[in-house]
Each structure stands twice: as C-alpha cells, then as structure tokens.
Design a protein around this ligand. Structure first.
Ligand code: UDP
Length: 157
C-alpha cells in the first residue's frame, strides 16, 4: 500500500494570460488538481518585487516586476499528489518560445509570449510553495491541509 503525499503549490496566472484564465482553469481541473484557494489581485510594483526577491540581482528583475504589476493576476492554491512537480511540468519550460518547441501541449506554449511574459508561475520546491502560498493566502498554512501531510483519505493501493 502506498501513502501518497498530497502537496499544495502556488500557481499564478500572470497579467499577460489573465484573459485566458477560463481556459487555463479548465486545463488545471482536467489534470486532476483541486483548486483550494483563489484570489484575483493586481500587485503593486513593490509587492511584485517582494514576491520575486530571489531574482533581485538579475538583469530582468525590473522588467519582470513592471510586467507583474501591469494588470490583474489570478493566484491559486493547487492540490494533488506531487502537485509542485506536476504543475511545473504542465506549465512547461520558462521560456514560452522554447516551450512551443519542446512541450507544445504545455500551458506556456499555448498561452505565453516569450521568456518573460510566460503566462503562469509555479512554486519550485516545498519551501517556496510554503512561502508563496503564505504570501497570497496568509491564513492557509494554519489550515489542516498544509503541505507534506500524509492524508489518510488519499490512501491508494
Ligand atoms: N524571467 C525573465 N527573464 C529571464 C528569466 C526569467 O523575465 O531571463 C522571468 C520569467 O517570467 C520567469 C520568472 O522571471 O517565469 C522567474 O524566473 P525563474 O527562472 O524562476 O523561472 P520559472 O520558475 O518561473 O520557470
């Protein structure tokens, strides 16, 4: 008997893909994710800078934070077994042009524009998921559904 670890991850539909939100949510659900939190927010440049703080020394940081504060973003908490890796795989490579070549069915291939305007974000580790979920949903980590729990009702044979 295998106990599957249900994870939570943070997904963002970035401003460039906000008009495609419905299509992206359809793909998310079709791939078995449960959407446990959702929120539409327009980030200030300061909040966007805080979210992407780890990239503050990179040349693209200013353009990235300008882009991320240019319009509404949809923030979601997605849950399923292996959600972090699974969502990143569904998004595809960071650069949408590369995604169109290497993963044509991915979300970034379908809805992204280039290496910066790439439609979606996904946490890249359990630690970043915890930080990023708390960034948008400060109450979430106190709920019983937080990352890394062995959830008995998800027992599979
Ligand atoms: N980004 C960019 N230029 C680059 C690399 C990244 O504008 O050369 C942006 C892009 O929007 C990306 C985000 O910065 O999604 C975070 O970069 P990261 O390398 O963490 O990629 P991700 O985890 O989003 O695939």
């Amino acid at each position: 008997m295998v106990v599957e670890k249900i994870e939570s991850t943070l997904a963002l539909v970035k401003p460039d893909a906000f008009d495609n939100t419905e299509n992206i949510i359809t793909i998310i659900k079709r791939n078995g994710f449960v959407i446990s939190e959702r929120q539409v927010v327009t980030l200030s440049k300061e909040r966007a800078a805080q979210f992407y703080e780890e990239h503050k020394e990179r040349s693209f940081y200013d353009d990235l934070t300008t882009f991320m504060s240019s319009g509404p973003t949809l923030a979601l908490v997605l849950r399923k077994a292996d959600a972090i890796t699974s969502w990143r795989q569904l998004m595809g490579p960071t650069n949408s042009d590369k995604a169109r070549k290497e993963a044509p069915d991915s979300i970034r291939a379908k809805f992204g524009t280039d290496g910066s305007k790439n439609a979606t974000h996904g946490s890249d580790s359990p630690q970043s998921a915890a930080r990023e979920i708390a960034f948008f949903f400060p109450e979430y980590q106190h709920s019983s559904e937080f990352n890394g729990q062995d959830v008995r009702e998800y027992l599979t044979k």
